[in-house]
Design a protein around this ligand. Structure first.
Ligand code: SF4
Length: 249
């Protein structure tokens, strides 16, 4: 079996083992309620669960306070990150159970994220990366803008040229990515202090998760020709994203 597959299968087996051990512990404690070791196990599990819930609770509360006050709480940023990471798949699952469209949940997640980023206030002059999806480029354009954005001739057939002017206006680095791998590569290479990312709901939500703590303001693209083909973006919204990052919400 390939190493890649072995890692995943190994982790799957380990998580199954963990779940089985937990189930065994719970059964053991229920059956042997009076034995002292059961009581110790019960208290241990209860304390661990209480810690996890406390972390998640404080994290969610911090997110709400940050949104209301439009100000970051640096000491709680890690907790908000953990709460987001842990609860995100659960919120999607509960949303699906309640019949809420996934796109709506992702949109809501992106706007909460944008609020939190707005409360951080990046200083003017700090390095900002503007990441654009390749599908914004006109499909008939012969120029390779993923290699070098300066290959764009600003012919007006797609929004890339104007977005380049916007990046220049705010002294930002502009990169075009064909997918998550190239986006991650650009982030590693540029090492920005903040990112303005244009993409669809799914790519933005997963991109915000992938960057783990790096402030990312997400701007949704419009898809008048269907997904991933000659898409567009509102320039005013991108400009607003820059102002949000530089001046704070
Ligand atoms: S604006 Fe730039 S990227 Fe868009 S079609 Fe014209 S040359 Fe190509």
């Amino acid at each position: 079996m390939e190493t890649k597959k072995r890692i995943y299968i190994g982790l799957l087996a380990a998580s199954l083992l963990l779940e089985m051990s937990l189930a065994f512990m719970i059964c053991y404690v229920i059956v042997n309620r009076d034995i002292i070791i059961s009581q110790i196990m019960l208290i241990t599990v209860a304390v661990l669960l209480a810690i996890v819930f406390l972390i998640l609770g404080i994290g969610i509360l911090a997110i709400v306070i940050m949104i209301i006050k439009s100000r970051s709480i640096p000491s709680l940023e890690k907790l908000t990150l953990w709460a987001n990471e842990l609860l995100f798949p659960i919120t999607l699952f509960i949303g699906r159970l309640l019949g809420v469209e996934k796109e709506k949940i992702l949109k809501s997640f992106i706007s909460v994220n944008n609020y939190i980023v707005a409360s951080k206030r990046i200083l003017p002059g700090e390095k900002i990366l503007m990441l654009l999806p390749h599908c914004l480029q006109n499909s008939d354009c012969p120029f390779k803008i993923t290699i070098d954005i300066n290959n764009c001739k600003n012919c007006g057939k797609c929004p890339i040229g104007q977005l380049r002017e916007l990046a220049d206006k705010y002294n930002a680095v502009l990169k075009v990515a064909t997918g998550g791998t190239l986006a991650r590569k650009w982030i590693e290479e540029v090492r920005p202090l903040a990112v303005i990312a244009v993409a669809c709901e799914r790519d933005l939500a997963s991109g915000i998760h992938d960057t783990g703590g790096l402030p990312v303001v997400g701007v949704l693209n419009s898809r008048p020709n269907g997904p991933c083909f000659n898409t567009n973006v509102c320039l005013e919204q991108v400009d607003q994203a820059f102002r949000t990052i530089i001046q704070g919400g």
